[in-house]
Design a protein around this ligand. Structure first.
Ligand SMILES: NC(=O)c1ccc[n+]([C@@H]2O[C@H](COP(=O)([O-])OP(=O)(O)OC[C@H]3O[C@@H](n4cnc5c(N)ncnc54)[C@H](O)[C@@H]3O)[C@@H](O)[C@H]2O)c1
Length: 383
């Protein structure tokens, strides 16, 4: 059987997760990596026994052996590098958000029109947790009745102190939104996936809880803590918190809030779907469990068990019950689904994938922009 050859650009926090995920797929082979920090890339290549470590992106793009390229760089480089990957004739799996704004993501969609053979994906990984897939199928099968409400949050604490700093604070690199674009898009993607509906109308309140931060002279890794005593004080222009009321195209009403300044919360993405018969709740920090709520009988907490899952969701679960599957497994499922789509010879023109495409990524940017607009004008905004 043919193996798809992969290259990874950017070997920071998420780049390594992609490298490990590719290694877990039998019909994929990680052949090359690159990073602007060549020392880091070399260390990663040695540690993971990656055969080729390139000094530049252009060298990696010119490697004829490579079929698929992962873009794991900061947001300001997503459009430029994704464009180069497409034009090099490689399939592209990009980190989220797809770009900094919809002008950039729209440009990518235009370029794809002339490159229809390219398979494109965006790493909205939470949709690929086995229980998220299970909830999607339960909702589809009408098990909770007609969905009425959706609510939840995504909370983190790694930017709580004014000494916490990362490239995400800089709008030039991150884009005009931080909390919504960085983690709110994950929440919206997960909820759109399980309900099979789109958010079309939003009313938002955003807040910068820490208006001034101490930017250290050294680079601070994602989720890292700066030990530097040398810093410059900067004004923060993006939100630490956001709350959004929304309407979906199937009539469902919802609300969510996101924060990067909630002490004790690390990767607290959770949602509840309330239907006319029952409710389902899931939290990615306890990913092997879901809560089922009833009006007319006892509530229950269900542990992931492949033996009793729907066939559609079962394809994304591997371990027997009681052997937890979590964040890394969902990310692997997403990347697996992308590679399987390619190896099966499917086309985005004809087939609907389980992973998020560049069109989905573009829509989530339009949603982010509608949320920014709503916060600015203090009114509901249609997407
Ligand atoms: N899907 C998820 O759950 C998830 C989680 C974390 C990050 N992300 C996304 O992944 C992207 C990277 O985030 P991160 O946390 O890994 O950041 P990071 O800072 O840890 O890593 C980024 C890497 O890109 C490298 N880089 C920068 N400019 C480059 C260039 N011109 N050429 C090659 N390499 C370059 C940096 O040296 C660094 O090693 C972001 O867009 C972020 O939103 C997604």
């Amino acid at each position: 059987m043919r193996r798809l050859k992969a290259g990874v650009i950017g070997t920071g926090f998420i780049g390594v997760c992609h490298m490990e995920a590719i290694r877990r797929i039998g019909f994929a082979e990680l052949v090359a990596i690159t990073d602007i920090n060549y020392e880091l890339a070399k260390r990663r290549a040695e540690e993971y026994y990656v055969p080729k470590c390139y000094k530049t992106i252009d060298e990696l793009l010119a490697d004829d052996e490579i079929d698929v390229i992962h873009n794991c760089t900061p947001n300001n480089l997503h459009m430029e590098i994704n464009e180069k990957i497409i034009k090099a004739g490689k399939h592209v799996f990009s980190e989220k958000p797809l770009a900094r704004n919809s002008e950039e993501s729209e440009r990518l969609l235009q370029i794809l029109k002339d490159n229809k053979n390219i398979v494109h994906g965006v790493n909205f990984n939470y949709r690929m947790n086995p229980l998220v897939q299970e909830i999607k199928n339960k909702v589809k099968a009408n098990e909770i009745g007609k969905p009425i409400l959706v609510h939840g949050s995504y909370l983190q604490d790694w930017l709580l102190f004014d000494t916490d700093y990362n490239w995400r604070i800089d709008p030039e690199i991150c884009g005009p939104s931080r909390c919504i674009a960085d983690i709110g898009t994950h929440w919206m993607d997960a909820v759109q996936t399980v309900t099979g509906a789109k958010i079309i109308d939003v009313c938002a309140d955003l807040f910068t809880a820490i208006p001034k931060r101490k930017k250290p002279k050294e680079v601070v890794e994602t989720f890292g803590v700066s030990k530097s005593m040398e810093y410059e004080e900067i004004e923060v222009k993006t939100e630490d918190y956001g709350a959004v009321l929304f309407k979906m195209d199937n009539g469902v009403r919802g609300v969510f809030y996101v924060s990067q300044v909630s002490a004790g919360r690390k990767c607290y993405l959770n949602f509840e779907i309330d239907g006319t018969k029952s409710s389902i709740y899931w939290n990615q920090e306890t990913p092997d469990y879901m809560w089922m709520g009833y009006r007319d009988k006892d509530n229950s907490i269900v542990m992931r068990n492949p033996n009793f899952m729907t066939p559609e969701a079962r394809q994304y679960t591997y371990l027997a019950a009681g052997h937890p599957e979590g964040w890394n497994d969902a990310l692997k499922n997403n990347i697996y689904s992308f590679y399987k789509f390619i190896i099966d010879g499917k086309s985005l023109d004809k087939d609907t994938p389980d992973f998020a495409t560049f069109q989905d990524g573009h829509y989530l940017i339009k949603l982010t922009e509608a949320i920014l607009k709503s916060n600015e004008i203090r009114q509901w905004v249609k997407v």
